[in-house]
Design a protein around this ligand. Structure first.
Ligand code: EPZ
Length: 440
């Protein structure tokens, strides 16, 4: 049996959608709670499989957690961390678990964390993380697929990143919280999720300045001095962008609530440029309307504040239906066009030339059976299916569940015809209506 999302496309979207807490922020906040020898309560936690994996991982390290999915709250008691090994079982499932490396090293003086390895979207090396920890005075080796780091005392250092890596910036921040003296991260990632991590740590008693700029300065504070806090995760800008892309592909008018529009500036400007109407209703709500065919455009993915690589696949579905030829250049990951062959199966006209995708807009897409290869590629297929004529069935949806809370529920409220079904793979006819297809 396998689960699928089945969508009958072509229904305009109308109504309101509330955006959940940011996956890529909360996972790092959970890792950061390992530095606090006290109880932290994190609010606005989305109900996602990646969050469950991170909670299981820190439980395994000795933390005690209470994860309430109804109130969207996690209580983390990290007073007794008694294991410094993050097993491959966790890290292979979810790369963000590699973020416990800096936190464990800082808290325990040692850490053994499985190397994440490559993944569907690219090689995704961790050399900047390792170099950064070494510059802080840690002894770091790779043995049997694990990064093993020791440091009796971490010492503040100037660390310049070759690329503004999100994960390396976070790991180095976490490692340097109790280091002696000052750490400066130059060419740091500037993403809103980095600011959220710094805000969380500062509220708990850390001394970090410059988060959100290219230079982050961490003044080491006394080990054990961080105290428990209550903190609310920022909204998920990528989830928000995905709903806005769905509206742009399908048409209609929606209110996107509980967001911070300034986190989406580059993306929103691009959409306005191609003909989408966007209006701020209040500081946390946008009205988005699409009532005509959009114009083609070119874009290049860049580190924040540029066009976000995580929004590239969702936007590709929109541009597949735009008037004219668009070119998307993916500059961050080597293999982030996995949605292209699937979109082609739905009638999109896309040529891929290395890091460029050349998209010739078509009048309509058609429903098809397609497969999600990773989280954002999966989102692009949902968007294309919502716009397509006929029925689509998307498989490998565990990728989508990593990053989109209550996806079917939210789209149903907007008027879409979308269902999660369980299908017996042994049957050739897997259309809804078949008694062996169960609607979940
Ligand atoms: C984070 O991944 C996000 N994941 C990704 O979102 C996002 O696409 C990416 O940042 C870029 O914004 C989480 O936050 C959990 P990077 P991360 O280190 O930290 C190279 C999603 O869909 N690099 O900024 O792994 C790397 O190969 C996910 O939610 C090195 O060469 O990304 C890549 O080309 C997918 N050496 C570039 O830097 C290193 O040591 C950016 O990667 C580290 C990175």
């Amino acid at each position: 049996m396998s689960k699928r999302i089945v969508i009958e496309g072509g229904k305009e979207l109308h109504g309101e959608v509330a955006i959940s807490g940011a996956k890529n922020a909360v996972l790092k906040l959970i890792a950061a709670a390992l530095l606090v020898q006290d109880i932290c309560i994190i609010h606005n936690v989305p109900d996602l499989s990646d969050v469950e994996t991170m909670v299981e991982l820190i439980n395994c390290l000795g933390a005690k957690t209470k994860y309430n999915k109804i109130t969207q709250t996690i209580e983390i008691d990290a007073r007794n961390i008694n294991n410094c090994t993050a097993d491959y079982a966790y890290v292979s499932k979810m790369r963000a678990s590699f973020n416990v490396l800096g936190a464990l090293l800082s808290r325990c003086g040692e850490a053994k964390v499985a190397l994440p390895g490559g993944c569907a979207i690219g090689e995704r090396r961790v050399d900047f993380h390792i170099k950064g920890l070494q510059l802080l005075g840690a002894n770091v080796n790779i043995e049997n697929g694990y990064v093993i780091a020791y440091a009796e005392n971490l010492i503040g250092a100037d660390i310049s990143l070759a690329l503004p890596s999100v994960g390396a910036t976070e790991n180095i921040m976490l490692a340097s919280i109790f280091a002696d003296g000052v750490t400066r991260i130059q060419n740091a990632a500037q993403e809103p999720e980095i600011i959220d991590l710094a805000n969380f740590l500062n509220m708990a008693g850390a001394d970090i300045s410059g988060a959100g700029t290219s230079e982050i300065i961490i003044n080491g504070v006394k080990k054990g001095s961080l105290h428990g806090i209550e903190y609310s995760t920022i909204p998920d800008r990528i989830e928000a962008a995905s709903y806005i892309c769905a509206l742009c592909a399908v048409g209609g008018e929606i209110l996107v609530k509980d967001i911070i529009p300034s986190h989406l500036t580059f993306f929103l400007n691009k959409l306005q440029e191609i003909g989408v109407q966007i209006e701020a209703i209040d500081p946390y709500i946008l009205k988005v309307k699409k009532d005509k065919v959009l114009k083609a455009t070119n874009l290049v993915t860049q580190p924040y504040p540029g066009f976000h690589t995580d929004m590239q696949a969702p936007v590709m579905s929109v541009l597949s239906l735009a008037d004219g030829i668009s070119i998307i250049t993916e500059s961050l990951f080597e293999n982030r066009f996995m949605q292209v062959p699937e979109l082609r199966r739905m009638g999109a006209n896309i040529q891929q030339e290395n890091s460029k995708a050349i998209i010739k807009g078509v009048e309509y897409l058609t429903g098809a059976e397609v497969k999600a290869s990773d989280l954002r590629a999966g989102a692009s297929l949902v968007i294309a299916a919502l716009a397509a004529r006929g029925t689509s069935s998307i498989s490998n949806i565990h990728h989508i569940d990593r990053g989109y809370e209550k996806l079917e529920e939210k789209f149903t409220l907007l008027g879409a015809n979308i269902k999660r079904v369980e299908i017996n793979e042994n049957l050739s006819d897997n259309q809804i209506g078949n008694p062996k297809v169960m609607i979940l």
